[in-house]
Design a protein around this ligand. Structure first.
Ligand code: AMP
Length: 213
């Protein structure tokens, strides 16, 4: 199965994408997590994209699309996957559609996580993430105000989770990614999922919607 996970910042794409991939035995790619790892490690790619992430801007297509295509090429075409964070614009959707068509493949579903803007802002202001096991949650859930409740490694706020940055990321989402959601709606692949309920409930709704249980 090939599934796209779409949604605004802090809608739970990372958490739900990992859970979904695990439940269905699929591979998982978060383009955002991949870029953040490169920034942390100060790789040439990281040094190039850091300014975009810090501003909450999208990374240009000519940087991100070859990374995505590379990742797709590294897996046998029949391998199922969950893509979190790509495509984020119509031009990226066209690149992905072209790659899939060239391999006689298609996506099965585009899952769109729906959370009101006010709730997203609340989440962002206290969101913390574990760089080690990728757990993501709220500051109050940390052990001793600093440690990941899942693996015990030090967790911290994402560098790009400031308020200003959020507004820019949300604006980029409405400007560039909503048209992608409409595109998958028009071709009958879209599954809208309300995503304000607790994580486990949202995960179950997604799984049922894609026919996993
Ligand atoms: P995310 O973890 O999905 O919220 O992504 C974090 C940041 O990575 C975004 O705000 C963008 O700066 C960048 N990013 C991730 N995926 C893409 C993409 N497909 N196209 C452009 N920028 C991206």
């Amino acid at each position: 199965m090939r599934i796209l996970l779409l949604g605004p910042p802090a809608s739970g794409k990372g958490t739900q994408g990992r859970k979904l991939a695990e439940s269905l035995g699929l591979r998982y790619l978060s383009t955002g997590a991949l870029l953040r790892k490169n920034v942390e490690r100060k790789t040439p790619l990281g040094l190039e994209v850091e300014k975009y992430l810090n501003r909450g801007d999208y990374v240009p297509d000519d940087l991100i699309t070859p990374i995505l295509i590379d990742w797709l090429e590294q897996h046998p075409p029949e391998t199922g996957w969950v893509l979190d964070g790509y495509p984020r614009s119509l031009s990226q959707a066209q690149s992905l559609d072209a790659w899939l068509a060239a391999h006689s493949l298609d996506i099965h579903f585009a899952v769109s996580l729906e959370v009101p803007e006010e709730e997203l802002l609340n989440r962002i202001s206290s969101r913390v993430e574990c760089p080690s096991c990728h757990w993501s949650g709220q500051f109050v859930q940390l052990n001793a105000n600093s440690d990941c409740p899942k693996c015990g490694a030090p967790a911290s706020r994402r560098a790009d989770d400031g308020k200003e940055n959020f507004h820019n990321r949300y604006q980029k989402f409405t400007q560039h990614t909503l048209p992608v959601i409409n595109h998958y709606k028009a071709v009958g692949k879209l599954i809208p999922v309300p995503a304000t309920a607790p994580k486990e409930e949202v995960a179950q709704s997604i799984l049922s919607a894609v026919g996993g249980t």
